[in-house]
Write a protein that binds this ligand. Structure first.
Ligand code: URA
Ligand code: ZN
Length: 359
């Protein structure tokens, strides 16, 4: 990578792939989530209810940028990203029956390891998990033995009942024991009944972060981090709106005379125990997070290949993408040391990464 980039090379901790075997699973389905071909173009319909709203029912285009490692590397080269920690995108294996989800997780996590192993040190990965907690805990033990994997994505519903479900304790224990990061990412949206009519904008801009906000709040209020203080969690999209509402949450818990919450600390103090991608799209969001949790908890991310520029598929690899460009520009407003920590060194320390000399 010879071009010099403002602020130096980055490490991207929020960037997705769907492995070939996962794509086949979606292509073989007849209900959402699924991939359909319309007018010669593959389109994904993965979000709940996406097919029933006229403004979203044509889905979103999907091409090899979602699974081809060479295309990810081209994007990284074009945006000054030396190394990426790649994660499987939503909706993971949530739609599969339990008997199929365990073996599918093994296959897809092996695919992820192979992709990263063949990348010349440019890619590390996160796995995905079946919903059943005991099978997920066993899969985390396997992931820990795959040399390029550093953790796993986990949806906001966990095993289906939310992240405060006591049945998830074996999952938290396995992640904590193995030093693996769990990446909490939305898929279902919250308030979908009031998000329709405007394409994907309201569901992705508001419904996704609202979903993350309630999921992490339940995780905190359920005492997960009192029971598993060494658990490594990374929260998508700058923590949703929870950083903005953290003081109010403390006040509402403390002010509730009949509260069943029994935590060692005020709820907001647990936010400092987690990591966040810096995908907030504006400086005030990043400033708030830094003030609340510290810059050492923030990590540069892009959400590639979602939110592509409006160019033909063939031009995607050479186009300028909005997310990496705006997030790199925001970081330039910070002290250089803070900016470079968020851009790369926090990720290298948190995930135990080496940046290849050739990058
Ligand atoms: N849309 C999705 O479905 N997933 C993402 O991660 C981002 C946008
Ligand atoms: Zn994402």
């Amino acid at each position: 990578m010879s071009v010099s980039f403002l602020g130096g090379l980055a490490v991207d901790v929020h960037t997705h792939v769907y492995s070939n075997r996962y794509i086949t699973l979606l292509q073989n389905r007849t209900a959402v989530p699924r991939i359909v071909t319309r007018g010669g173009q593959d389109r994904m319909l993965i979000l709940p209810g996406e097919d029933t709203d006229a403004s979203t029912s044509s889905g979103r285009p999907i091409g090899s940028e979602y699974w081809d490692g060479a295309r990810k590397l081209a994007f990284m080269d074009g945006h000054g990203i030396a190394v990426s920690v790649v994660s499987p995108a939503n909706p993971w294996l949530d739609f599969l029956p339990a008997a199929d989800a365990g073996p599918a997780a093994v296959d897809i996590n092996e695919d992820m390891e192979a992709l990263c192993a063949g990348s010349g040190g440019r890619l590390y990965g996160m796995g995905l998990l079946p919903r059943d907690p005991m099978t997920a805990a066993a899969e985390l033990g396997r992931i820990a033995r795959l040399p390029h994997l550093r953790g796993a994505a986990i949806g906001t519903t966990g095993a289906g009942k939310g992240l405060d479900d006591p049945a998830l304790d074996p999952v938290w224990a396995a992640a904590e024991r193995n030093g693996l990061m769990l990446f909490v990412h939305p898929h279902y949206g919250l308030g979908n009944e009031v998000m329709g009519g405007y394409g994907h904008a309201m569901a992705l801009a508001l419904g996704f972060p609202f979903e993350t906000t309630t999921a992490i709040t339940r995780l905190i209020l359920g005492g997960t981090l009192d029971r598993f203080p060494g658990l490594k969690l990374m929260v998508a999209h700058a923590g949703g709106v929870l950083p903005y509402l953290a003081g109010r949450l403390d006040a509402c818990v403390a002010g509730d005379a009949h509260s069943p919450v029994r935590l060692r600390h005020p709820p907001s103090s647990y936010l400092r125990m987690m990591h966040y991608d810096a995908i907030g799209y504006q400086m005030p969001t990043l400033s708030l997070l830094i003030a609340l949790v510290g810059a050492d908890r923030l990590l540069f991310g892009t959400d590639y290949p979602f939110f592509p520029p409006h160019v033909g598929n063939a031009e995607l690899d050479t186009a300028t993408w909005h997310s990496p460009t705006v997030h790199r520009a925001i970081l330039q407003e910070l002290e250089p040391q803070t900016a470079s920590a968020i851009l790369r060194s926090n990720a290298m320390n948190t995930f135990g990464l080496a940046v290849p000399a050739s990058a």
